[in-house]
Design a protein around this ligand. Structure first.
Ligand code: AMP
Length: 216
């Protein structure tokens, strides 16, 4: 059981937000809200929002606040979020964080903790450019640090693994600079409100154990 159950995972691309989210949702049954996953699903479906987002995502830039905020608002109102949720990749700007507060206030709830996964840029580039994602489930692998048992195949659901279009070296570098410019100010934002927790570990299992200690 989590006593702090409404969580934000803050961190640069490749910091492990998705990987740690997968561990936490399996352990605690909280909802996982990844704006990147929601946007990629819209792109795959070819919806107007997906078409608008596709070009921006490919360039490693942020899609407009209005678009992601309305997606998150809809998702937070779903019943499974009442057990707690992990916001993975949202908010990414101060206006998004302000908007999140307003949405949660309307729903009669609030954020309990913003967990910051801090990793050096050089390590992030190595991780991003070797990352592999599963087409069938949300599993995430890494060619070097966490390879699948059979090359190109998901251990869990046996689907094909692929490299995200925005994990190319050039786009990964753009995404890191966007993180430093637009998302990093959120660390201060949540620290000032007494909600920030900066992880001491960088290994996924060590982070999961560390978070159990402060959130349960
Ligand atoms: P992620 O899977 O979190 O790395 O997100 C992939 C891409 O989706 C980002 O590089 C952005 O283009 C877009 N995206 C995801 N979340 C947001 C957000 N909160 N605000 C703006 N753009 C986002």
């Amino acid at each position: 059981m989590l006593t702090k159950k409404n969580l934000i995972f803050l961190g640069a691309p490749g910091a492990g937000k998705g990987t740690i989210s997968n561990i936490m949702i399996a352990k605690y049954g909280v909802a996982h809200i990844s704006t990147g996953d929601i946007l990629r699903a819209e792109v795959a479906k070819g919806t107007p929002a997906g078409k608008e987002a596709a070009v921006i995502m490919k360039a490693g830039k942020l899609v407009p606040d209005e678009l992601v905020c309305s997606m998150v608002k809809t998702r937070l109102a779903e019943p499974d979020c009442a057990n707690g949720f992990i916001l993975d990749g949202f908010p990414r700007t101060i206006p998004q964080a302000d908007r999140l507060d307003a949405v949660l206030a309307e729903l009669g709830t609030k954020i309990d903790c913003a967990v910051y996964l801090k990793v050096e840029d050089s390590e992030l580039i190595e991780r991003l450019t070797a990352r592999l994602n599963c087409r069938g489930c949300d599993a995430i692998y890494n060619k070097r640090f966490m390879p699948p048992k059979v090359e190109g195949i998901c251990d869990k659901c046996k689907s094909e693994l692929f490299q995200r279009a925005d994990d190319s070296l050039e786009t990964a570098q753009n995404r890191l600079s966007v993180f430093h410019q637009q998302t990093q100010p959120l660390i201060d934002y949540y620290e000032k409100r007494g909600l920030l927790y900066t992880c001491k570990n960088t290994d996924k299992d060590a982070i999961a154990a560390e978070l159990a200690g402060i959130l349960e």
